[in-house]
Ligand binder design. Structure first.
Ligand SMILES: NC(=O)c1ccc[n+]([C@@H]2O[C@H](COP(=O)([O-])OP(=O)(O)OC[C@H]3O[C@@H](n4cnc5c(N)ncnc54)[C@H](OP(=O)(O)O)[C@@H]3O)[C@@H](O)[C@H]2O)c1
Length: 397
């Protein structure tokens, strides 16, 4: 039997990171996780996430399959590691959408990538797996291929631009002899397709949360079982929205990392048959037992909202980077892995919709439980801030 490979990984404590740690450990891979200080606190959060996913890190820690080193991007990468590293899994990122004076998202995503590349050179690491985003396509709307996008597209957010810049740096490294670069581009991550588990509550969840508020406000007893709420929905019914369950993304990345013949490509981790706005509306209607909405031009709705509409669309601007941008992602490479390994895409049907929203509601849309200590965990960082500041933010994708 061949010796298990060793991966140096960033971003293990994040949403996708926990699923990757779980799946890679199950496949026998040795992991060296770079965690931010205080490392005990980071490790505590990771253990909690893994427990929620039904995995226990104890055995992997005890056997040395899992090791932890302290570090952060861009400038605190560990220089000395015991033993060789076969590949890098670059998963950490700042998901801050716009610049706000703290140098993010460029500091982590671009400078961090530059330093990781130097680190790979210094440690003779020649295989790199990088988690990017499908939205490095920027303004490209039609068929978005699994290729590097040049010339540089127009971007709606600093985050998308920073991820494109990171890809560009890596692509240069990947062109050097002996280097193998594999890039994974998820669209918008939603919870686990089996349990609904999530620690991020933006975008898709924010919209659902606003719809639930609408139902609460207008769902009086005399309104009948399915509440009739006549309101306009800004957008076109036929436009697709792309969501990808986090477990699917982790599964494809793990499969590719396990098979060198699949590496050196770009993978769009996206829904092959993304639901349209109209389908999402129907799922919402079934789940929240309501009806009465119809689609109308964005400007027409936003400029003259009824009270019911404004409850929903007051925060429409935070959803617009995705709602008004509907690229169609090609995914020949991903489909090949799905067909080779018999992996179906967990489509967003009524059942999955209910699984995701049941979990989110049971966890109060990610609001932090009282008494939870340590640095703000991912659940809190990604929770909608609607109730706190009235200025919600959507997580980047
Ligand atoms: N979420 C989505 O919908 C989505 C969609 C497409 C692509 N992606 C990509 O998928 C990857 C994982 O995203 P995610 O949603 O799992 O993110 P996440 O939950 O926000 O986790 C981010 C991870 O990166 C780490 N990190 C952030 N800044 C760092 C720094 N300066 N130095 C070292 N570590 C740092 C965080 O560590 P701490 O725990 O210490 O903060 C955490 O482990 C990212 O590359 C992201 O761009 C995400």
């Amino acid at each position: 039997m061949s010796e298990p490979r060793t991966t140096f990984m960033t971003g293990a404590t994040g949403f996708l990171g926990a699923f990757l740690v779980r799946d890679l450990l199950r496949r026998g891979r040795r992991l060296i996780l770079m965690l931010r200080e205080p490392v005990d606190e980071s490790m505590g959060r990771l253990r909690q996430s893994l427990e929620a996913l039904g995995a226990d890190l104890g055995a992997a820690e005890a056997s040395g399959q899992l090791r932890v080193v302290s570090g952060s991007l861009p400038d605190r990468l560990p220089q000395r590691l015991d033993g060789p590293v076969d590949d890098l899994l670059s998963n950490a990122a700042s998901l801050q959408l716009f610049e706000n004076g703290n140098q993010e998202p460029y500091r982590t995503n671009v400078e961090g990538t530059r330093c990781l590349i130097d680190w790979c050179r210094g440690h003779n690491v020649r295989r790199t797996h990088c988690v990017s985003t499908a939205y490095v396509c920027g303004s490209i709307t039609q068929h978005v291929d699994e290729v590097f996008h040049h010339p540089r597209p127009q971007f709606k957010t600093a985050y998308e631009q920073s991820k494109w810049m990171a890809e560009t740096l890596l692509a240069e490294w990947g062109r050097e002899p002996g280097h193998v670069l594999t890039v994974y581009r998820p669209s918008f991550l939603v919870g686990d397709s089996a349990s609904g588990y999530t620690c991020q509550y933006g975008g898709f969840y924010q919209l659902a949360r606003m719809v639930s508020l609408l139902k609460t406000r207008y769902g009086a007893d005399d309104n009948g079982h399915s509440t009739h709420i006549p309101l306009r929905i800004p957008g076109r019914p036929e436009d697709p929205q792309n969501f990808v369950p986090v477990d699917f993304a982790a599964r494809i990345i793990t499969e590719v990392m396990e098979d060198e013949s699949l590496q050196g490509r770009i993978y769009h981790l996206t829904d092959p048959n993304p639901p349209t706005n109209d389908q999402i509306k129907r799922h919402m209607e079934v789940y929240f037992r309501m009806h009465g909405g119809w689609f109308a031009p964005v400007d027409e709705v936003l400029n003259h909202c009824t009270p019911a509409e404004s409850l929903l669309w007051e925060h429409y601007d935070v959803l617009t980077p995705r709602v008004t941008h509907n690229p169609r992602f090609m995914q020949g490479n991903t489909r090949r892995v799905m067909s080779l390994r018999g992996i179906p895409f967990p489509s967003l049907d009524d059942r999955l919709f209910a699984t995701l929203l049941d979990f989110a509601i049971a966890h109060r849309w990610g609001q932090r439980s009282r008494g939870q200590g340590g640095r703000a965990g991912n659940a809190q960082r990604h929770a909608s801030s609607l109730s706190k500041s009235g200025q919600p933010s959507i997580p980047a994708t």
